[in-house]
Design a protein around this ligand. Structure first.
Ligand SMILES: Cc1cc2nc3c(=O)[nH]c(=O)nc-3n(C[C@H](O)[C@H](O)[C@H](O)COP(=O)(O)OP(=O)(O)OC[C@H]3O[C@@H](n4cnc5c(N)ncnc54)[C@H](O)[C@@H]3O)c2cc1C
Ligand code: FES
Ligand code: FES
Length: 1293
């Protein structure tokens, strides 16, 4: 499909499209579709797969590569990170692309960025790692001596779902020039991977001729001058055309990008670049100036040029637009044009330029116009180009410029509401507003950009006049009428927020006249650089068990060498599959039409439910669900569509790109059969109960324990769903072979998949071999829903006799994704006068989705965890499963404990409030003690709660910090801090039905060892821990051990990976296997005490000793009911809240976990941090929203579903591993750690609550228990703070 020529500078005919990848030149065929991206080309055409792909929206960063080319205008060498997933292939003509493979490898030597990330525990599952590495590499080429803070900001577009970011930041900060551990890179390191700047050629352009023709007749043009561009526009004006610069808008409005027939690349038009002075001293900015270049230029102008002081603030705000890679590739004009096409788009560029009084110059090649931005929005732009913007000077004297952006996540998030204000005041005249200010808002509605009436109102008024501010607020609240938004916040929230932002601006304009406490309202949260501490002791039992060491394959992961399922090269006859997904539910399926899809080049065929009839069982319910509970889950909907996103057909094609395109073109004919139920609250209102367990009374009779207590509380909360959001989404591949089907899938239970497929295909299990090389993040998402993908590939492969593979990007994955269930919990609880919890009743309605299958297990997990870390002698539990018209609910990290711990913490909070006691002290009093009976009927032992509480209370200096917080709060009316401390407990179940197994094979030729384990390695380090165990028993260097893929035919009948304890079981199995071999070697060793390891094995082999062994560990609870032991921890979190915006920062978190004897403290700390940050997302950020008419998941991408990023984690994160605490109930004296720490993040919620309470108390608001439904987003914080007009007044000194 492509021609490759080596030798980087061999040029063909000037217009031949080509690019270089890692210094090798590749010609791009002209018949690739113009929609093909650089990522498609790298991964699918060139099969260079170190670069990953997930969201295809420029939102996650895993696809980042470095682009180097000659700037079309300045001629200088440009080097920058690029989101390959949205970069059109044809716009990269002439570029040198550097991928992670290009900068280092095992063979050539790892690049320092790769090795530091790996060695610093920054790569768990590793799927995000190449993106982080290439983000750092590309930005370091541009800025070789960054500061720590700059390094931290390198990663504002990179998501890691595993590590919690701290280890990544720590590892990467060694690249900073101001770091204590600074080891800046030299030029040699930074030029690895690509040619020198002097070798760069001018980018070839192609005038008026298209360089590509797509299958629909689409054309891609690459003009090299403005004259060519206008000539093309003249010709194409009346046809659907689109200018393309960064194409990043395709990450936001996908449908816009898809509809154009003519794509005109304007990157190589030199006349559109440049920044220069206008005749009247203004600043003219070319339309192709990138957002990043704008920031640099504005910072410079803000510092040095009179009349442009405000541009420093504009630059600061622009740093929060999108992310580094987007800002470096996107132009500001493209952003304005998004606002032009979608007036409701909360464009930051628009509010900033409009408040700066910018005008734009546009042209169609015949005439030019200079327009204010409001007029640009109304202008017909077909056939026209924005040429430049002009920013006028603004008299600095008394000029005040403030801008704001309130977002669901600190960085890489669009605004709920943004605003930019420009006003001039005369301080000497009572801070009188001297001219009409400019008050610009985004996110209110598509119609409301300027607060015109408020602007008029403020003119000539004194800000110190009592009435001015209140009048301005009233005017603004009357004229700003926020529109309802499906994924935005409520209109009430945005109206109140708009007033608060203006108030902040007015406060800052007259801050000099205000007491410090009042002026605190003008501040915004300034995030400090992140730091972390890890406190642990290695307890060797014997070495290397207990040693802190990174995963053995960490460097390969960071270098893109580690192969994930979809990284395997495609076989010659391989087909690629994509699901056709139902748009709406509930619905009756009528017909499926593929006529249009068939036109896509490479289309092969379509499979519907009819095609399965008589051949395959159309039912993917997992074999792990006991038959008596199992309900049918169709692989392809046959007649009834149960949820939006449900697969209705499988399209097969010769590439994933073609399969995806074709699947989108298949028409699903259906009829809606009713109104969908899309939330648990609605399900409760409609009483759609599908299962109700009998009520339980655990311990003392509830009524007796509850009645008569002076302190009784009642409440309710709705806890949100959570998506797994693993960076490797769903994928599988199946190949027919002589031995049967070889299924490769990132699966948390290969054996269950083998059983499920065996049933679907009607073939014996020995013909279905499931291999899982590694998992790019699981968290429960690769346990059940992955079966859909594997089954689709299996039936297609089996019926066609060809290998079939499927990779689903994020959007389609989230559309059908099972999630953590939403739940509505009602509670009643009572405490005695001794401040002891006496009785608690939980009435829980949990969302099952469309089927019940996993719900009984999920319900058990929840019931067993609802006590969390606190003793209560009497429980009443009622649990209902509610049907909704959504995918079924499933396991997500900490399935029971994560919601239970938050619910319990809020209940404890409620009781402490009612009692009027310190919530920290109240929780301490009620912690489980040894000897007490817990909710599952076990006698608690070895929890170490009291010890950990005391130790952490001291280590975290809780008393001292509470005093400091009180002082801070006294002095800052609108910024408040809060601190809370709590504990969590996580039941560890050893009661499993199958063994954990490890197969060790020793190579007599060189002494190396292969280790296969039955667990699923998804970043949690099962492999390294099992290797440590084997190496310790065999007394060999761990580097002799190589970990192999999990394989259902090598280790059959294995146990699921889930519940956190798989690592320890596999370690024990490794011990068993190694011990068997050691015993066999004993006589040889005794006869040859001095033989080297290699000689020993050689002699043993010659003596007929088998050097392979299967170790097995079968886990049972022994005499305990329910769990075998509890994995416990305590945490202290401090937060600071900007009361006027609701935004908050987690200032510091101290976590202490009892890991027993840690098998690998380095890995365990990674699990603690990663779980905590995933919990932070669950409790404060992540929310799913469904369309109430179609039941479609509206939060099916990175734009609307926000998981935490590096800027959101605690600024100071300290992890303590409890010392001297062997766990007698666990194998190797350890405790499980993968999931338990998630619950400690609930303290983030109560720390923020404390801050809100401080504000309410100081401002005399009614004292009441603050109830809310998580996640605790800035919107909720604002609502709970109760800020009103009475707070928004000017209080002078
Ligand atoms: C992950 C992500 C996060 C983002 N976050 C934010 C955010 O927080 N705030 C925010 O404001 N924006 C945000 N954006 C939007 C981003 O700023 C824009 O996508 C970007 O500026 C568009 O520039 P581009 O060069 O990629 O335009 P393209 O995508 O190439 O083009 C966009 C549109 O502009 C037109 N166009 C481009 N140049 C010209 C020109 N010179 N004359 C006429 N028409 C032109 C094109 O025809 C097209 O219709 C985000 C985007 C992404 C992907
Ligand atoms: S940013 Fe490209 S795949 Fe997510
Ligand atoms: S290590 Fe980052 S997503 Fe797994």
């Amino acid at each position: 499909m492509y021609r490759q020529t080596t030798g980087s500078m061999e040029i063909q005919a000037p217009s031949d499209p080509y690019l270089f990848v890692n210094d090798v030149r590749y010609e791009i065929p002209r018949d690739c579709s113009p929609e093909m991206t650089l990522n498609d080309f790298l991964r699918e055409v060139l099969e260079i797969k170190g670069t990953k792909v997930m969201c295809k929206e420029a939102g996650c960063g895993c696809c980042i590569v470095c682009a180097v080319y000659k700037h079309p205008s300045s001629g200088e060498a440009v080097s920058k990170p690029v989101n390959s997933c949205i970069t059109p292939l044809y716009s990269t003509v002439g570029w040198h692309v550097i991928t992670v493979e290009g900068i280092g490898s095992a063979k050539a030597g790892y690049h320092p960025i790769q090795s530091r990330l790996a060695d610093g525990y920054g790569s768990q599952c590793g799927y995000c790692s190449p993106g982080f590495v290439m983000s750092a590499y590309s930005q370091l080429r541009d800025n070789p001596r960054p500061t720590e803070l700059e390094v931290e900001h390198f990663f504002d577009g990179n998501i890691c779902r595993c590590t919690g970011y701290r280890p990544i930041l720590d590892a990467m900060k060694t690249l900073a020039c101001d770091s204590e551990r600074s080891q800046c890179l030299d030029m040699e390191d930074l030029s690895r991977g690509c040619c020198s700047a002097s070798a760069l050629e001018k980018i070839p352009t192609s005038g008026l001729a298209p360089i590509a023709r797509g299958w629909r007749g689409q054309r891609f043009y690459n003009p090299g001058s403005l004259a060519d561009l206008f000539a093309l526009l003249g010709r194409l004006r009346s046809q659907p055309h689109r200018l393309v610069f960064g194409n990043t808008s395709a990450g936001v409005f996908k449908e816009d990008a898809a509809s154009a027939e003519h794509l005109l690349n304007i990157r190589n038009v030199p006349e559109l670049y440049g920044i220069r002075d206008s005749e009247d001293g203004g600043l003219i900015i070319g339309s192709s100036v990138s957002l990043h270049e704008l920031i640099v230029a504005f910072n410079d102008a803000g510092r040095r040029r009179p009349g442009f002081g405000h541009l420093g603030s504009v630059a600061e705000h622009l740093q929060r637009v999108a992310n580094q890679a987007v800002r470096r590739n996107a132009c500001w004009a493209g952003n304005l044009m998004m606002k032009h096409a979608h007036p409701e788009f909360p464009s930051d560029v628009y509010v900033l330029l409009e408040a700066s009084r910018a005008t734009v110059r546009i042209s169609d090649g015949v005439s030019e116009q200079q327009l204010v931005l409001a007029d640009l929005l109304r202008q017909d732009m077909r056939g026209r180009v924005i040429l430049s913007a002009t920013l006028p000077k603004i008299n600095d004297d008394g000029h005040h410029f403030r801008s704001f952006k309130v977002t669901p996540r600190r960085l890489n998030a669009h605004a709920y509401l943004n605003a930019a204000f420009s006003l001039s005041v005369d301080k000497k005249d009572g801070y009188r507003v001297t001219e009409r200010p400019s008050l610009v808002f985004g996110g209110v509605s598509g119609k409301f950009n300027h607060a015109v009436k408020t602007e008029n109102y403020l003119q000539n008024r004194s800000l110190l006049d009592e009435e001015t501010v209140s009048g301005a607020m009233q005017t603004l609240e009357a004229e700003a009428n926020p529109a309802e938004e499906a994924c935005g916040t409520s209109p009430e929230h945005r109206r109140g927020l708009a007033a608060n932002l203006l108030y902040k601006c007015l406060l800052s304009a007259c801050a000099d006249a205000l007491p410090r406490s009042e002026a605190s309202g003008a501040d915004t949260l300034e995030r400090r650089a992140q730091s972390g501490q890890q406190d642990y002791e290695e307890e060797l039992q014997p070495a290397p068990i207990g040693r802190a060491m990174p995963k053995l394959e960490a460097r390969a992961q960071a270098a893109g060498e580690a192969k994930y399922v979809n990284d395997a090269p495609a076989a010659r006859s391989e087909l690629f599959a994509a699901f056709v997904q139902a748009p709406e539910a509930p619905a009756a399926l009528r017909d499926i039409k593929a006529d249009e899809a068939e036109q896509v080049p490479g289309y092969h065929s379509i499979i519907t439910a009819k095609d399965l009839e008589g051949k395959y069982e159309n039912n993917v319910v997992s074999a792990l669900i006991p038959a008596m509970f199992a309900q049918k889950e169709e692989l392809l909907a046959s007649s009834e569509i149960r949820y939006s996103g449900q697969p209705v057909a499988i399209v097969l094609a010769s590439s994933q790109w073609a399969a995806d395109q074709a699947a989108r073109l298949v028409v699903v004919d259906y009829e809606q059969t009713g109104d969908p139920i899309t939330s648990v609250a609605e399900a409760v209102a409609k009483n759609s109960v599908i299962m109700q367990a009998p009520d339980d009374n655990v311990g003392e009779d509830f009524d007796q324990a509850y009645d008569g207590q002076a302190c009784q509380v009642e409440g309710q909360l709705v806890i949100n769903e959570q998506a797994h959001f693993s960076i490797e989404t769903l994928t599988a591949s199946v190949a027919p072979t002589e031995e049967g089907l070889v299924v490769t899938a990132p699966h948390q239970w290969v054996d269950a998949l083998a059983m499920t497929l065996s049933r679907i295909l009607g073939r014996p299990a020995n013909q279905i071999r499931v291999v899982s090389p590694r998992i790019g993040g699981g968290f429960g998402g690769k346990l059940l829903m992955i079966d859909l993908v594997a089954a689709a590939c299996a039936v297609a492969s089996d019926s066609l006799g060809r290998p079939v593979r499927m990779y689903m990007s994020l959007g389609p994955t989230l559309a059908l994704a099972m999630k953590r269930p939403g739940m509505l919990l009602r509670y009643r609880a009572a405490a005695g006068p001794d401040e002891k919890l006496r009785a608690a009743s939980w009435d829980i309605s949990s969302e099952a989705g469309y089927t019940l299958n996993m719900q009984a297990m999920l319900a058990d997990e929840l019931k067993h965890s609802i006590d969390s870390a606190f003793f209560c002698p009497s429980y009443r539990l009622s649990l209902k499963q509610m049907r909704t018209d959504k995918p079924e609910s499933t396991f997500v990290r900490g399935p029971g404990p994560a919601p239970a711990c938050l619910a319990n913490l809020l209940l404890m909070d409620h009781l402490a409030f009612q009692l009027g006691v310190d919530p920290i002290e109240f929780k301490y009093r009620n912690l489980y003690s040894d000897g007490q009976i817990d909710i599952v009927g076990n006698t608690r032992r070895g929890d170490n709660f009291q010890r950990m509480w005391r130790e952490l209370h001291q280590a975290a200096e809780v008393e001292k910090r509470l005093a400091e917080i009180a002082e801070f709060n006294k002095n800052n009316r609108f910024r408040k801090r809060g601190l809370d401390m709590s504990a969590s407990s996580y039941n560890i179940f050893y009661d499993r039905g199958r063994p954990s197994q490890v197969y060790l094979a020793l190579q007599a030729s060189d002494g190396s060892v292969t280790l296969s384990h039955g667990g699923a390695e998804m970043g949690q380090g099962i492999g390294v821990k099992a290797a440590q165990a084997a190496a310790a028993i065999l007394e060999i260097d761990i580097n002799l051990v190589k970990i192999k893929a999990t394989d259902s035919h090598v280790l059959p009948n294995n146990e699921v990976t889930g519940g956190s304890s798989t690592s320890e079981w596999n370690c024990q199995a490794a011990v068993e296997a190694a011990t068997q071999i050691k015993e066999r070697l004993r006589p040889i060793r005794e006869a040859n005490p001095d033989a080297s390891w290699k000689d020993l094995l050689n002699k043993a082999s010659q003596a007929g000793v088998s050097l392979a062994a299967m170790g097995s560990y079968y886990c049972k609870n022994g005499d305990r009911k329910g769990s075998r032991y509890s994995s416990t921890g305590v945490g202290v979190t401090e937060a600071e809240v900007d009361i006027l915006t609701g935004e908050f920062e987690i200032r510091r978190a101290d976590l202490m976990m009892d890991v027993g004897k840690s098998l690998n403290p380095g890995v365990d700390i990674g699990q603690i941090e990663g779980a905590f940050v995933m919990g932070l997302g669950y409790y404060t950020m992540e929310r799913t929203l469904y369309d109430s008419d179609s039941a479609k998941n509206l939060t099916d991408g990175t734009w609307n579903y926000k998981v935490p990023q590096a800027a959101d984690i605690p600024r100071d994160l300290r992890v303590h591993v409890l010392r001297n605490s062997p766990n007698e109930a666990g194998v190797l004296s350890t405790k499980a750690i993968g999931e338990p720490p998630i619950s400690l993040a609930a303290t983030c919620v109560t720390a923020v609550k404390r801050a809100i309470e401080a504000f309410r108390e100081q401002t005399g608001k009614p004292k009441q228990f603050l109830a809310f439904d998580p996640p605790l987003t800035p919107e909720k914080v604002l609502q709970l703070s109760g800020v009103s007009a009475a707070d928004r007044v000017i209080r002078q000194k």
